[in-house]
Design a protein around this ligand. Structure first.
Ligand SMILES: Cc1ncc(COP(=O)(O)O)c(C=O)c1O
Length: 396
């Protein structure tokens, strides 16, 4: 008899993507990579982090001890104040500290999704959200946020197959992977649709702080709270993170939601990892108490410069291509001429011109979008960004 594990059904749906395997090859210096999508380590506050950890260790009985599953109280209070500045009247009871927003996505999948339930998301959407939710065996359906002339809608195939629409998942600001931001009309429309469906809205705000141009729209949560009159009656769950503004390796993010939902998610956290590392939470608090605004301002300047380099290079060399113009975040989304397969292009780009990117189909739950790709400008220098776009244009 085989002694291979008899996996649960959810495991059958989880597979390493071929693209990820291919992209393991990009760590060579000659490759110009637009694939990464991770923060630029040049921005990491190494010295300040050293001091913050040293300060945290002055009280080892707290920093090195177990903590409560909700998260370090003073950090929750700090985050609640930050949420209030962004138009959401949150208190510490509305905040759960998570190991990055990724863990928040997992907890929400666990709390909300039974097999066969439907999640509405944009096509394309954040791959990590699909990975987190897929363990709970939902169906996906394409959400169209609507806007000025069309109401928000969804295709309805999965929902008609019988699954309840439990959640709408969106990255409203500078989305991964498209770089696009929802306008005010789209935000109102999404909330209207969620209300009609009796579904929760999961607002993934991973890049919200990184705006370089244009005017910020209120978060979906702030809009919904204004309409409902109270955060406790809101149907929006907000996922925040310090990964893009401070340091992803510290793994500190948060969920902001009605207190009753936070209590349920806290139970899941208790069962999963008990809590996020005490010392990381305390060091993060010390880091953000000292100059969070300045750090964000630096990050905005840094990424704005890189975005300009990418957009200038695309203007110069991108004949026949269409691309998005992000007002913040780390990504632009490229559409190739009809019939050009971005996955095949990646193979040739790596071997012939030493450029990497992520083909767009990976971000579509139904595998569509084969002639699209994601470019991240976060890691290469401005010179390498220009060189990379030039190399790609030669190949095309
Ligand atoms: C849209 C989006 N959400 C969530 C995450 C997860 O980030 P973290 O878990 O580090 O907060 C990422 C990371 O790339 C992301 O792009």
């Amino acid at each position: 008899m085989s002694n291979a594990p008899r996996y649960a059904s959810r495991i059958a749906r989880m597979k390493a993507s071929e693209i990820r395997e291919l992209l393991k090859l990009i760590d060579r210096p000659e490759v110009i990579s637009f694939a990464g999508g991770i923060p630029d380590p040049e921005l990491f506050p190494a010295e300040a982090a050293r001091e913050a950890y040293a300060a945290a260790l002055r009280d080892p009985a707290v920093a090195l001890q177990y903590g409560v599953s909700e998260g370090h109280a003073a950090l929750r209070a700090w985050i609640a104040a930050e949420m209030r500045r962004d138009g959401v009247p949150a208190g510490p009871d509305n905040i759960l500290i998570t190991a990055g927003s990724q863990q928040g996505l997992d907890f929400l999948g666990k709390a909300l999704l039974s097999p066969g339930d439907t999640v509405l998301c944009e096509y394309p959407t954040y791959l990590g959200a699909l990975q987190a939710f897929s363990a709970y065996e939902p169906r996906y359906d394409q959400l169209r946020p609507g806007g000025n002339r069309t109401p928000a809608s969804y295709i309805g195939r999965a929902a008609k197959a019988g699954g309840a629409v439990k959640a709408l998942y969106l990255v409203p600001d500078f989305a991964n992977p498209t770089g696009l931001t929802l306008g005010a009309g789209e935000r109102a429309d999404v909330l209207r649709l969620a209300e009609e469906l009796g579904a929760l809205v999961i607002e993934d705000a991973a890049y919200r702080a990184l705006r370089f141009s244009g005017v910020a729209s209120p978060s979906l949560q702030a809009l919904d709270v204004a309409a409902a009159g109270d955060l406790e009656r809101s149907r929006v769950v907000y996922l925040g993170t310090f990964s893009k503004t401070v340091a992803p390796g510290m793994r500190v993010g948060w969920v902001c939601a009605p207190a009753a939902l936070i209590a349920k998610l806290t139970l899941l956290n208790q069962a999963s990892a008990l809590h996020v590392s005490s010392i990381n939470q305390i060091a993060m608090l010390k880091l953000v108490e000292r100059g969070y605004e300045a750090r964000i301002a630096d990050a905005r300047t840094h990424y704005r410069r890189k975005r300009e380099a990418l957009l200038d290079a695309l203007e110069r060399y991108g004949r026949g291509l269409a691309w998005t113009i992000p007002e913040g975040g780390l990504f632009s989304w490229l559409t190739l001429p009809e019939g050009v397969d971005a996955a095949k292009l990646l193979e040739r780009a790596l071997s012939e011109v030493r450029v990497a990117f992520v083909p767009g189909a990976a971000f579509h739950p139904d595998g569509s979008g084969t002639n699209t790709l994601r470019l991240s400008y976060s890691l290469p220098t401005t010179e390498r960004i220009e060189e990379g776009v030039w190399r790609l244009s030669r190949l095309l």
